[in-house]
Ligand binder design. Sequence first.
Ligand code: NI
Length: 168
Amino acid sequence: MAILKVKTYPDSVLRCHAKPVEGVNREIWKLIDDMAETMYDAPGIGLAANQVGELKRVVVIDIQKEGESTGLIALVNPEIVEKKGNIAVEEGCLSVPEFFSEVKRAEEVRVRALDLDGKEIEIDAKGLLAVVLQHEIDHLDGKLFIDRLNPIKREIFKRKWKKKKKKG
Ligand code: NI
């Protein structure tokens, strides 16, 4: 296992579409291992392969809250097949350090993906897990949570980012 370098905004790899994985093999298991270690080290609650510079449709998630954890969820080729309701949660991202803002998303999602054995599975999620799934799947399509902010919040982000860049 290895801790990988997390790419940060405005790295162009974060804007690329990741390609579907053809077979869940050793190479993918190794990527998942490394991504999980990188996520736990950060620490973060989700990580998509784009964020470590790999354009493959792979995400890892482990939501930890008040000492509770969902356990490691590793998904290959995840896609949202159903969405319901609305929710707004404050989001952050390891690729957009030190910025947090509320984003509107679906409250419930059904996600279809391959598991570690390459078997098709479906997950029904709501609340925070639904939000994280949408956030990570966005990454695979080259989207960041800052793209989903309303114009005012996006302006605030731009200003903060400029300030941070000046400071170096
Ligand atoms: Ni993110």
